[in-house]
Design a binder for this molecule. Sequence first.
Ligand code: SAH
Length: 231
Amino acid sequence: MIMSMDNFPDYGILTAKERQAMVETQLVPRGIKDPNVLSAFMEVPRECFVIEEYLKMAYDDCPLPIIENQTISQPYMVAVMTELLELSDEDLSAGVKILEIGTGAGYQAAILAHMGCKVASVERIGKVADFAIMNLKKLPYGNRVEVYVGDGTVGWPEEAPYDGIIVTAASPRIPTALIHQLKVGRKLVIPCGNLMIQQLMQVVKLQNDVKINRHTGCRFVPLIGKDGFQE
Ligand code: SAH
């Protein structure tokens, strides 16, 4: 059931059952375990991040089109990526700072903000950034997210270093600027590959090196920019 979008305090109450079903059928059986991630998915109203014609599909097990040919990612993919940042309870109560590249609808940023993170999120397309800002404004934790318009393949040096970086668009390689802007011991989560298919990678920054852990296959819209795909 879809609730009225106008009364802010009631956000998500009528859709709580749908969120619970999403967590129980899409996330837990596929191995998502982090209790902080699961409780964020139980509470962040995904219907605030989809366009009107897809409202009924807000909790479906798939990505959905938004505006400007972009997408809101599949819930499971958002959950895996969030879990791979490996944020501890201490990190969350301290309010660690996460960089997201590819704001899209703003749902991934809202999940991180709900968990307690401060989020700097970079979006290449101005209209998409405005859409995300409008969506995030509906939620009380939305003010923990700063949305910037720019080319995220070079990161966002103004607020570096970060306690985690998440790239939610397909990249041909690991952009070196992102490694520079990450704290030692922290993780960059990024889908790397070609335009058709990618592999999700968790890149751990070591003192003078990185360690790469490979995860699931996936398919994202392209990361377009200086250290990404060409326009
Ligand atoms: N995280 C989003 C989904 C992102 S879709 C969510 O939760 O809904 C990927 C987004 O990355 C698109 O909006 C696209 O415009 C953006 N993007 C592509 N290349 C980019 C770049 N170089 N810098 C910043 N954003 C980029």
